[in-house]
Design a protein around this ligand. Structure first.
Ligand code: SAM
Ligand code: SF4
Length: 334
């Protein structure tokens, strides 16, 4: 084990999010344009290269890996990558292997994921209305996702639902989403829509539903008990006194929690983003491919962590978007 990764603000980097593909079988309106141009396949790291890179991070103190995308489960052969990461769980070097998915392929893969040691997954689901689901995902179908969630539960995995808070879209479903999650035993986290990537004619400010407003609406029916943070991540949680249910809020816009950020993000081409909301990145593909030894790679990782910025600059105040990123969420991995 190497010296742990510590950034200039004394934050220990113990969490790596890995986007294994930029492709997806959905086209969510806040994430992608309908006719996205994806990277040529030759640009992508192979699954063996992703294994080597992630293993290098684990050797440098990363204890939690979240696999994301694009839609991670549409990458061909992805289970061999999960199997490879499972060996780090077995040695104890890795404490948690998790996944963020749109759920479309869960029926097919849930049992294999569970066998690889995946205990908890995040499924993105913004609405329980089949017509609205088809509208927001453009290509997705709700029954397939609900069936995938059932399969994940049956395989013994804990499912957390992530919903992007979208003004005029799922505002009216706040209580029905919360009730459904309570019945099904899922934690639920709401996310503020972030200015990631150009969306053509979809207006970000029109989509933005500040979570302080959502929280105030929730408080009209429930007593919200603030929970202490346990993840070091950007989510803050409350427990609903009446049902015992846990609800999370990811509020990069109304309140950021960058001071406790413990994570970095690797794209499917080997770019390391030290912050979701900054353009600076380090190319790890070149040192990875330059040598079969990991020395140059480790040096490049340390140099990147030494540049991790204090935080993002997202801001929608005064009805203008600040901190807009040129890349889409599916590139960096949400
Ligand atoms: N395809 C998988 C999924 O949808 O869960 C994983 C990748 S997706 C980019 C990860 C998360 O990012 C999803 O929960 C999605 O809702 C969220 N997301 C995408 N674009 C976003 C944006 N502009 N602002 C906030 N969240 C966004
Ligand atoms: Fe695909 Fe996830 Fe983006 Fe939706 S949010 S388009 S499912 S990558």
């Amino acid at each position: 084990m190497q010296t742990p990764l510590i950034d200039p603000f004394a934050r220990a980097i113990s969490y790596l999010r890995v986007s294994v593909t930029d492709r997806c079988d959905f086209r969510c309106a806040y994430c992608m344009t309908e006719h996205m141009t994806f990277l040529p396949k030759a640009e992508l790291l192979t699954l063996e290269e992703l294994d080597r890179l992630c293993s290098a991070f684990v050797g440098m103190g990363v204890q939690k890996l979240r696999i994301t995308g694009g839609e991670p489960l549409v990458r061909k052969g992805i289970m061999t990558f999960f199997e490879a990461m499972a060996r780090h769980l077995q040695t104890g070097a890795l404490k948690e292997l998790t996944l963020t998915t749109n759920g479309s392929q869960l029926r097919k893969y849930a049992a294999e994921l569970a066998a690889c040691g995946v205990k908890r997954i995040n499924v993105s689901l913004d609405t329980l209305d089949p017509a609205k689901f088809a509208e927001i995902t453009r290509w997705g179908r709700l029954p397939q996702v609900l069936d995938g969630i059932e399969a994940a539960k049956a395989a013994g995995m804990q499912v957390k639902i992530n919903a992007v808070a979208l003004k005029g879209f799922n505002e009216s479903e706040l209580f029905s989403l919360a009730d459904w999650c309570a019945r099904e035993g899922h934690d639920l986290t709401f996310i503020e829509v972030m200015p990631m990537g150009e969306m053509g004619d979809v207006g970000r400010l029109d989509q933005y539903w500040p979570l302080k407003d959502l929280r105030a609406t929730l408080a009209t029916r429930f007593t919200l008990l603030d929970l202490p943070d346990s993840t070091g991540g950007p989510a803050r949680y409350v427990r609903l006194a009446e049902t015992g249910q846990r609800i999370g809020f990811i509020t990069p816009l109304t309140h950021n929690f960058c001071e406790s950020c413990n994570r970095v993000r690797l794209t499917c081409t080997g770019e390391l983003y030290m912050c979701l909301g900054q353009e600076d990145m380090a190319d790890l593909r070149a040192p990875l491919r330059a040598s079969a030894q990991n020395i140059d790679l480790q040096t490049a990782i340390r140099a990147a962590i030494a540049r991790k910025p204090k935080g993002h600059d997202f801001d929608y105040s005064r009805q203008a978007i600040k901190g807009q990123m040129s890349r889409h969420m599916s590139h960096t991995g949400g």
